[in-house]
Write a protein of this length. Sequence first.
Length: 219
Amino acid sequence: MKLYVENLSSETSQADLRALFERFGTVAEINVVKDRMTGLSRGAAFVTMSNVGEGRAAINGLKGKEVRGRLLVVNEARSKEDRPKRSFPKVGLWIDHREAIIVVLTEKGEETKHIESTVEKQLRRSGRSPSNESFEPQLVPADDTRERDYMGHLANYYDEVIACIGDAETILIFGPGEAKGELKKRMERDKIGIRIVALETADKMTEPQIVAKVKQRLF
């Protein structure tokens, strides 16, 4: 019986899956779904059990189980003819250290999201000026508490942006400063399996201008 497993962490390996499913019977085959461009996991896998009884037991025993911080979704795999076609959204993102404007394009239309960074507010409260250094937390001196706080706020900001990107297929990142490159590095560090089509320098833009640019580049 072939099962489809979803909501996997990018760190979950075939060995992890085999150890989970072998508790319910013999695992005949495991295929982790990977992005064709990056080779990274797309958070899903096919697991084939030796018979229907073992497959049903695995579904009942593992559905909703937390693995590496994710709750598994386990169902019987459907044939290609029975599966609804799924299209992954395309995302365009304008970003600097103050805000991010995210444009999500799907077959149903477009959606724009705004994320405001708390970095500038934190700097004003501490009486500091914005750092001229790029976002590299591992290079920050351990005894510089305020600098660590600054980098921590940037890290939280980028994590919030990444969470809003979701399961995008491709992403265009652009903006005026270093934030776009820093976000790219964080995505690579976290092994986010999204193909970055371009990283471009762009001045301050209005929301309509950002939407128009994203549509022009990704549609």
